[in-house]
Write a protein that binds this ligand. Structure first.
Ligand code: SAH
Ligand code: SF4
Ligand code: F3S
Length: 557
């Protein structure tokens, strides 16, 4: 333990740079020293080669998946070996989602399973972060019922992860400090700095029979730091891609739309866009690393509004250079050009809101060389009345018009959607309108969800919630129709020979390999282990021989 104290004493903390991301890089280096110090001892290490191991478990959407790549990158740079085996890891982190109730249930199930592990190995660390941690009552519940959690943080301060982990090590070694400094300038939703103050006070009296119990109680409390919101965009942190050949690129964060059923704006905060220069630089770095496919990420990418500092027109930026606003179609044009220069083959983006889907975006897509002909256009409901209650700002006609425009400009486009069944007040007639849109648009794939009541959203207070049996019946009917239509749509490309980017060995058959068409559809091709090694990460022409509902099987052409 004395060794470790050298790495976490007050001087080490005081020497940390104040600017970001330099500050976090500093803490990563400190964590590495701490880890090595642990690993040189006999206890605390479950990795075979005396390296600490870490498991990162992700729930939720592409945004969370991208955040998890950063968590993995930070942990790897701090000396951890990334593992899938959460029961055996020295460090486990759950990156949570709260969009529907079952996402929350999922977390509790997984945490419950770790309880015995933590009892047997109290030195191991369990952390929870992500969207669910932006809800104070969920954090309170974890603190009360899952008291063995060591570290809790939210979405806005994910970039502070190295610092928070460092603070946890300080606490464990008995050197405590207020987290207040870490929140400078950002409204704090919940934190554990009052625990720290109390802890420090108790320590000043030294350890005695009177305060030992209190101290122990405080020691066991987690390090908690959740911010209400933040204007920070700190992206230049280490990352570890799940697939070496594809990468998500955050272009904007948060959401201003407040659809009446949705919790995302409350847990992800207000919209903020990165500058085009930063985005293009990240894509350039990805291409240099061999990435072939990028996905531009945001809750509502077509409300992207980046301030460009290098353009020679528009308002002046802080540093005196000219600045101008860049819209999503303009950004996409620039990304397409850069892809041509750097060898990126495929550009995707997610998610678009139908209200903001402009003709300009459709034209840019159709004229581009590398933007995939794939569009995720969430319908939510086909009933104009329900759409109004959902606060979606489009009606059935506008949605049908947008889908038709997409198909007209790009006849080979694949359109996917999200649909919610059982929104409060949904009648059979409203539901029939949804089925009507499904029939007319012929979505290639639909993610269908049963409405889930989220506390704090306007729809949660609506009195006309729909009973379970009715919702279930509608859900089954929708799924049945959609599955039939999707299977028919898939027939469109059967017999064609198209390029496939191979991603992985098939989950279902170790002698098959799985890839994606440009339009996003999954393709399985037979390949022995030798061939698999050569093919994964490359684009090859494949003859699409059979269609199976929502994927193809084929052979290399
Ligand atoms: N920003 C994206 C995605 C948001 S969450 C968009 O606007 O499309 C992904 C999907 O979850 C949504 O499209 C919606 O269909 C679904 N969803 C969100 N809140 C929900 C709720 N309370 N109940 C059921 N489904 C919900
Ligand atoms: Fe939620 Fe609507 Fe924002 Fe999508 S656009 S994240 S559904 S509030
Ligand atoms: Fe879930 Fe958060 Fe994404 S709530 S859907 S992980 S933005």
């Amino acid at each position: 333990m004395t060794d470790i104290l050298n790495y976490i004493n007050n001087d080490v903390l005081a020497a940390a740079p104040v600017t970001e991301p330099e500050r976090q890089h500093y803490f990563i280096a400190q964590l590495k020293e701490i880890g090595e110090s642990y690993a040189s001892g006999d206890e605390c290490v479950s990795g075979s080669n005396k390296k600490l191991s870490a498991a990162v478990v992700t729930f939720g959407c592409q945004m969370n998946a991208r955040d998890s790549e950063k968590l993995c990158g930070i942990l790897r740079e701090a000396g951890y070996e990334i593992t899938e085996a959460e029961e055996d890891a020295d460090f486990v982190i759950f990156n949570t989602c709260t969009v529907r109730e079952n996402a929350n249930e999922h977390l509790y199930g997984r945490l419950g399973r770790l309880k015995n592990m933590k009892k047997a190995h109290p030195e191991r660390i369990i952390a929870v972060c992500g969207c669910m941690m932006q809800e104070t009552d969920e954090v309170e519940k974890l603190r009360k019922k899952y008291a063995y959690i060591d570290l809790i943080f939210g979405t806005h301060n994910l970039y502070k992860f190295p610092e928070l982990l460092f603070m946890l090590h300080r606490k464990r070694a008995g050197l405590v400090d207020s987290l207040e400094a870490a929140h400078a300038g950002n409204a704090v939703l919940i934190d554990s700095s009052s625990d720290y103050e109390r802890y420090e006070k108790l320590l000043r009296y030294g350890l005695n029979a009177g305060n030992r119990k209190d101290l122990e109680k405080l020691y066991r409390k987690p390090v908690v730091s959740v911010w209400r919101d933040s204007s920070d965009i700190i992206e230049e942190l280490p990352q570890q891609r799940k697939f070496p050949f594809k990468q998500g690129i955050n272009i904007m964060f948060g959401c201003n739309n407040f659809c009446s059923y949705c919790i995302v704006p409350y847990v992800r905060g207000r919209e903020k866009s990165r500058t085009p220069e930063e985005i293009l630089a990240e894509i350039r770095r990805a291409a240099e690393d061999g990435v072939k496919e990028i996905m531009l990420l945001g809750q509502n990418v077509n409300s992207y509004k980046g301030v460009s500092v290098s353009d020679d027109q528009g308002p002046a930026a802080d540093d005196g250079k000219a600045a101008s606003f860049v819209s999503f179609p303009e950004l996409l044009k620039r990304v397409d050009l850069l892809a041509g220069e750097t060898g990126i083959e495929r550009i995707r983006f997610m998610t678009s809101h139908p209200k903001d889907l402009s003709d300009e975006l459709i034209e840019v897509m159709a004229a581009s060389k590398h933007v995939c002909h794939q569009f995720h256009l969430p319908l939510q409901s086909g009933s104009s009345r329900i759409l109004k209650r959902m606060n979606r700002h489009y009606d059935k006609e506008r949605f049908l018009d947008r889908a038709a425009r997409l198909r007209e400009a790009m006849p080979d486009i694949v359109i996917t959607t999200d649909i919610i069944v059982g929104f409060p007040g949904e009648t059979e007639e409203d539901f029939q309108e949804t089925l009507d849109v499904v029939r007319k648009v012929r979505f290639d794939q639909a993610f269908t969800f049963i409405y889930s009541k989220r506390e704090g959203t306007p729809a949660a207070a609506y009195e006309d919630q729909i009973d379970e049996a009715t919702v279930k019946d509608r859900f089954d009917r929708l799924l049945d129709l959609q599955n039939r239509l999707a299977a028919q749509s898939l027939e469109r490309f059967r017999g064609e020979t198209l390029p496939v980017l191979f991603e992985d060995i098939s989950e279902y058959d170790p002698m098959m390999i799985t890839g994606k068409l440009e339009n996003g559809t999954t393709v399985h091709v037979p390949a022995d282990p030798e061939e698999q090694k050569k093919l994964i990460g490359t684009v090859q022409k494949v003859r699409l021989e059979e269609s199976h509902g929502f994927y193809y099987t084929g052979s290399l052409a």
